[in-house]
Design a protein around this ligand. Structure first.
Ligand SMILES: NC(=O)c1ccc[n+]([C@@H]2O[C@H](COP(=O)([O-])OP(=O)(O)OC[C@H]3O[C@@H](n4cnc5c(N)ncnc54)[C@H](O)[C@@H]3O)[C@@H](O)[C@H]2O)c1
Length: 319
């Protein structure tokens, strides 16, 4: 299939483009920043460019991963988020529907589910259990607000045109350090997040591939994260004493962590549940917390990327 991949120069794009090509697809990358997989340097907010790209390259499906996202908030005004994330998504959806595409993938974010109360900590029942039914949605920043608006445009255009649209509400996969939590630092924090809210960029790319292969009708939302090793009825205990739950599942976790000078989370206050993606797309993240412990046991390289110096391409360019 000839695929228009937006955000092809970005972190996800550079994992997804080679994977698509390895599966026999032809990738036409579109990004505001040049890159190895980017054939069209331009903005998704440029409506004429988007329609021309889809027609001129005889595109058969769009994977819309390009966006301004959370790290860009410090650098770009709110209007830029509306232009890129909302107008840009509408341009792509309308151009794809007009060209008669059978399917469209939109890379969204679990971040839009994080309301002020979720951010403040666990709820009455313990850790927030966050699947596709979680609501009401009240995103707390312009990133989440514009991504939610883009999701709603996906639902509208799918309903009106019949184009199948998969909304992939993706958990964290960025390689840089967290911009709000300094403790525990670096790889320790990332490893902990595989318990409840992170996946590798490779697994995120594989989920897009699964949706491209499997999603054929209507518009559906899928939460993507590594499978949490917990049950819903452990939510209260997770919020109170996560280490006790972790120790039950992984008896040697404390010792493996101590050898590295790492710490396990004392409390887990939200859990992203990717069960629907497994059920309907046949996708399950390959790298989970058990896989991380196994590399700690054997001394192999950690199975996720950590690069404190990574800066999103659009931010790098704007400096
Ligand atoms: N990184 C994460 O942890 C994470 C988590 C959840 C969701 N996401 C989503 O995944 C997608 C990819 O994110 P990423 O981590 O690869 O970020 P990234 O910043 O590395 O990549 C995004 C790409 O979009 C491009 N872009 C920005 N404005 C554009 C425009 N107007 N037109 C075309 N391209 C434009 C950027 O140049 C960049 O190459 C985004 O939609 C993001 O919201 C990322």
């Amino acid at each position: 299939m000839r695929i228009l991949l937006t955000g092809a120069s970005g972190w996800l794009g550079r994992h997804l483009a080679p994977l698509l090509e390895a599966r026999g697809h032809e990738v036409v990358g579109l990004d505001v920043v040049a890159g190895a997989f980017t054939r069209i340097v331009g903005s998704v907010a440029d409506r004429a460019l988007v329609f021309q790209a889809i027609a001129h390259h005889a595109i058969e499906a769009v994977i819309h991963a390009g966006a301004l996202h959370k790290p860009d908030i410090a650098r770009f005004p709110r209007q830029a988020f509306v232009d890129v994330n909302v107008t840009g998504t509408l341009n792509l959806l309308e151009a794809a529907a007009e060209a008669g595409h059978a399917r469209f993938l939109f890379t969204s974010t679990t971040s839009l589910m994080v309301r002020a109360d979720v951010r403040a900590g666990a709820g009455e029942a313990g850790a927030w259990w966050m699947d596709e039914c979680f609501g009401p949605l009240e995103p707390r920043n312009i990133y989440g607000i514009t991504k939610l608006a883009a999701e709603n445009l996906c639902r509208l255009i799918s309903r009106e045109s019949g184009m199948a649209v998969a909304i992939l509400r993706t958990g964290r996969f960025f390689p840089e350090d967290d911009d709000t939590h300094a403790v525990p630092s670096g790889p320790n924090l990332k490893a902990n997040e595989f318990l409840n809210r992170r996946l590798t960029a490779g697994d995120a790319a594989l989920a897009h591939l699964a949706a491209l292969d499997r999603w054929e009708r209507g518009c559906e939302t899928f939460v993507l994260s590594a499978p949490p090793p917990f049950r819903r009825d452990e939510a209260a205990e997770l919020a109170r004493d996560a280490r006790a739950v972790i120790a039950r599942r992984f008896p040697d976790a404390v010792e493996l962590y101590e050898r590295r000078g790492w710490t396990l989370p004392a409390r887990i206050e939200r859990v992203y549940d990717p069960a629907k993606a497994e059920r309907l797309l046949g996708w399950r993240a390959r790298t989970d917390f058990a896989a991380i412990l196994s590399t700690l046991r054997t001394g192999e390289e950690l199975p996720f990327a950590h690069d404190p110096d990574w800066i999103s391409p659009v931010l790098r360019q704007s400096r």
